[in-house]
Design a protein around this ligand. Sequence first.
Ligand SMILES: O=P(O)(O)OC[C@H]1O[C@](O)(CO)[C@@H](O)[C@@H]1O
Length: 546
Amino acid sequence: MRKAGGNVGITSIPAWAALETHYQALRDVHLRDLFAQDARRGESLTAEHDGIYLDFSKNRVTRRTIDLLVALAEARGLRDGIEAMFTGHRVNATEDRAVLHVALRAPRDASIRVDGEDVVPKVHAVLERMSRFAERVRQGEWRGFTGQRIRNVVNIGIGGSHLGPEMAYEALRDFADERLEFRFVSNVDGSDISRALRDLHLAQTLFVVSSKTFTTSETLTNARTARQWVLDAMGDPAAVRNHFVAVSANPTEVEAFGIDPQNMFEFWDWVGGRYSVHSAIGLSLMLAIGPEHFRAMLAGARSMDDHFRTAPFERNLPVLLGLLGIWYRNFFGAQTHAVLPYDQRLARFAAYLQQLDMESNGKSVDWAGRPMPVDTAPVVWGEPGTNGQHAFFQMLHQGTTLVPCDFIGTIEPAHGLQEHQDLLMANLFAQTEALAFGKTPEEAQREGVPVEQLAHRVFAGNRPSNTLLIPRLTPYTLGQLIALYEHKVFTQGWIWGVNSFDQWGVELGKALANRILTELQSDDPQLAHDSSTNALIERYRRCRRR
Ligand SMILES: O=P(O)(O)OC[C@H]1O[C@](O)(CO)[C@@H](O)[C@@H]1O
């Protein structure tokens, strides 16, 4: 099969050269002029799918830019890449694995084969097991060891086994069963688990240990601590059965940890950790919002999957977001990308996207191991509006760095405070307008700004943004939003020609930490690191509590 981005270096193809030339002509054109030249720009440079509206008119592009970017996607074989992913080809070439998070939301009657086996029935079988289990806990049938009803659920996981469920739980709390309390523990820093458990009654607490590999040291350390506390509280190893379930792709390690495989919910090596929120990794979320809402989230993601697979690139939301990202990263040299949800419920969305984007495309070699001739993943970051406006927006408006932004707004809130909502949305629209159009010295002077302050009080503008509007934040629309960004990341990775589905870059630090851990816990003076690391270890050893 063809690999990501074909075999020719991205900068050597005519589509890239055409974009270079076009960039030279457009780089100094102001958004003010682009809007002045086309009165309908704000309506025409938009795209919509199933209620999700994207306004990309406040980008430094013309229709021709989009055509050239689409031509780049075509030249890099994106259409084939999408088909390869959706049909179970091993697009994760370095790990020789299929990439099938889309199978997690495939309808029951679909068929997607990996090594000749249809994976869709397996997906639905696990979903049904999860649903039965979630209902038993929510109805109070699944009890703690001493017979008490489960009131607290603690998800223990990290990275993809944490960020997705935590983000989605925060987003969808309005749909959650209020009789249950949810906590998400990830950091190996003991303050995380001790704070999470401090006020919980362990006899009423269920731990969901989530780890694809079930070898991740942070998760296993936290899970061992939780297990010990449960054993101390209940005084009987049999209590583990009532208080611990696992979500994993590794039944052997789950059993070795002491969790009955009957209490394990499975997913598979063709689901990447950062793409796993729709798998059994979503169990804690399902416990919170219930199986029906969880299935609605899958349906939303499926709607975006179908759109990504079939819509023409110039109207394809994930493809457009991906192409615009490439335009800024590779032609304007933008180093970061801000994601700014004007919805407090999406407070963890940027953190979730950081892993999705940066762990996927933060690569400096292509799929064949050749050095990348162009930059790949930007630094993804962000905070909800309007909070960010009172923190870092100064830099977005007047700093020396170009930061393309995605603004995400929800039209209808879940609360009835319409005045708050109008103010929130007024701020969102105002920010995108201010970033794009700025304020000229003449405008500032007309407002009475004294000449000596003029330089400080003008806004250059021409700072690009996308605006995404969603009708309501529901399980369905959250599913759409997650799939939108998953496919944006795929689009970029495929066009750049990197493998978006491995993460070897996290291994070196892990291996060194294991070695240093032994050294921290021994008095052997022999240290063979660099002088800085040696001195830090020695200082810690001298001062640490014994
Ligand atoms: O689910 P696991 O196997 O515990 O891994 C957790 C996370 O660790 C990573 O492997 C990187 O350290 C991520 O890709 C993954 O989401």
